[in-house]
Design a protein around this ligand. Structure first.
Ligand code: NIG
Length: 386
């Protein structure tokens, strides 16, 4: 297998405690794995040598929350929001309409375009959700479209009760025929547990039905106001509860004493004019925090993880180290992919060869130079994609 050695690294972030601080570091990529990490003086021979000229190197971003199987856009809704209209879960129905009318090819092209857009900015692992189909056939094709393009696929049939449908009948459909059709094509099930979407009882039913079919669990919770989403996620040992914009002290404590990751989506909170989540309370209590883009055409139309990191540092009082960890290892942990062979969000021998080189001497520049495109080079599964 061809090997590449990356030398001239000014600052190397590995998220591997055993490697410790490395001066004059080098990395060797072989096939789709990291083969070696150490001081460049001891680097093994490789087929290709890339000197990054003192730049900072870190794991590729792990974007653990997006909704990229969609068609159309919601520019007018966004503009209305910027003129003072509130964000409502019901806007999802506009995208559902457009998605149902789109062909499989259009949906796949749109998804691929956004995954490529993200990769050009250093994102090397992407989760995406269904949830703009909301019929058995449209949820199934959304899952199939995502296969082979996204790294992780989440079934989100419980995104919105389709207008004109009885909520309990729809939950029956999601828990029965829809999950039966979709389960073999996805790894995860999510539910939007929020006023205007699904209450705790309905959400619990969906998550139980998903667990019975062997799926991992995730929850959208506490996005638009206080609510039962976080407590439900912790009760069911979900891998992640996402948004966490409105948290009580009990929610923070519950997360800190659980294995459930608190995934924060600051770009979404800005785009919906919600307050930013209290990352400090979560981190100080000992909860595991991830940062993700929530890229979707309604509440958060950005694929920029660097923007999320800069916002987390500048506005949410996360340190640079905490924010970078949350956007790489934290996202991987939210997807349960941070350990073992092919781990993401870390750079150690055996990890996936997902490498992000910044056009900067250190990751501090991600917040020091906000809004400036700082991606210099990206390897994804060992292939240079930028
Ligand atoms: O994460 N919260 C629910 N789902 C998306 C919104 C999708 C949309 O508005 O289209 C979210 O913000």
């Amino acid at each position: 297998m061809p090997a590449t050695v990356i030398t001239g690294i000014g600052e190397l972030t590995t998220h591997d405690d055993e490697l410790g601080p490395l001066a004059d570091a080098a990395l060797v990529l072989e096939g789709d794995r990291v083969a070696w990490v150490g001081s460049s003086r001891h680097a093994p021979a490789a087929d290709e040598r890339v000197d990054v000229g003192g730049r900072a190197v870190l794991p590729g971003w792990v974007d653990s929350h997006t909704h990229l199987v969609f068609a159309g856009d919601r520019t007018d809704e966004f503009a209305a929001r910027m003129s003072g209209q509130p964000y409502r879960a019901g806007g999802i129905a506009v995208t559902v309409d457009a998605t149902r009318r789109a062909s499989d090819t259009e949906l796949a092209d749109t998804l691929r375009r956004h995954v490529d857009e993200a990769a050009a900015q250093g994102t090397t692992c992407v989760e995406t959700k269904t949830g703009y189909g909301l019929t058995v056939a449209d949820e199934l094709r959304s899952a199939k479209v995502a296969a082979g393009i996204a790294d992780e696929i989440t079934f989100l049939g419980a995104h919105l009760v389709p207008p004109g449908t009885d909520a309990d009948d729809y939950v029956d459909l999601v828990c029965g025929d829809m999950l039966d059709a979709v389960a073999e094509h996805v790894g995860w099930c999510d539910v939007f547990c929020e006023e205007g979407a699904f209450d705790a009882t309905q959400s619990r039913r969906v998550l139980h039905a998903a667990r019975q079919r062997g799926l991992g669990l995730r929850v959208h919770g506490n996005q638009l106001g206080p609510g039962p989403g976080v407590a439900l996620a912790v009760e069911l040992d979900a891998a992640s509860v996402d948004h966490c914009t409105h948290l009580s002290t009990a929610d923070v404590d519950a997360l800190a004493n659980s294995d459930t990751v608190a995934t924060l989506l600051p770009a979404c909170d800005l785009s919906t004019r919600q307050p930013l989540p209290d990352a400090r309370a979560l981190l100080d209590a000992g909860a595991t925090v991830a940062l993700a883009s929530n890229c979707n055409p309604g509440s958060s139309y950005t694929s920029s993880m660097a923007f999320c990191v800069a916002t987390a540092v500048l506005q949410m009082r996360m340190s640079i180290t905490e924010a970078v960890l949350a956007a790489t290892w934290g996202g991987a942990r939210a997807l349960r992919r941070e350990t073992g062979d092919g781990a993401v969000g870390v750079l150690r021998p055996g990890a996936r060869a997902d490498v992000h080189v910044l056009d900067a001497p250190s990751t501090t520049w991600l917040a020091y130079r906000p809004g400036v495109p700082l991606t210099h080079a990206v390897w994804r599964k060992g292939d240079r994609v930028r």
